[in-house]
Design a protein around this ligand. Structure first.
Ligand code: FES
Length: 146
């Protein structure tokens, strides 16, 4: 079995099934972070990228944001200590909602795949995902929707 297919088989977590997140803990469970909106800016606390479990700090590699008025979730990956990337989980082929898992975004409709930076890895999609500018302060990420 190819490595990519094996990872998919092991780690796929669908956004529509957040209650199964705990089952996929080692792959980065689906977690919907809290956010506030000020104009075209979403504010997400950096503390959303970790949790305390049995006195241990557990890092979340990514969080999802769902907001009224935005048709698709936004996934924010923490790439490095102060570096984050946010992508709209809308497939650029025919607008299906993407799955997150195995370090890629994958489309359940026709199989397109995207890197966590939003770049097309595999078609039929031929356009990268919409990404968002992010500014960071001591406590929060500021994600600009426009
Ligand atoms: S809608 Fe995603 S590959 Fe077609």
């Amino acid at each position: 079995m190819e490595r990519r297919k094996f990872i998919k088989a092991c780690c796929y977590t669908t956004i529509g099934l957040p209650l199964l997140g705990g089952v996929f803990q080692s792959c980065g469970a689906i977690y919907y972070a809290s956010s506030t909106q000020e104009g075209d800016r979403l504010i997400v606390a950096k503390s959303e990228f970790w949790k305390i479990e049995d006195t241990k700090k557990i890092n979340r590699p990514f969080v999802l944001i769902k907001r009224e008025g935005i048709d698709f979730p936004i996934c924010i990956y923490k790439i490095e200590e102060e570096k984050y990337i946010a992508s709209l989980l809308k497939c650029t082929h025919r607008a299906c909602e993407l799955n997150v898992g195995g370090g890629i975004y994958s489309c359940p409709c026709h199989g397109s795949e995207f890197s966590i930076t939003g770049k097309v890895l595999e078609g039929p999609a031929d356009e990268d995902l919409k990404t968002f500018k992010i500014e960071i302060d001591n406590e929060n990420l500021h994600l600009f929707l426009s």
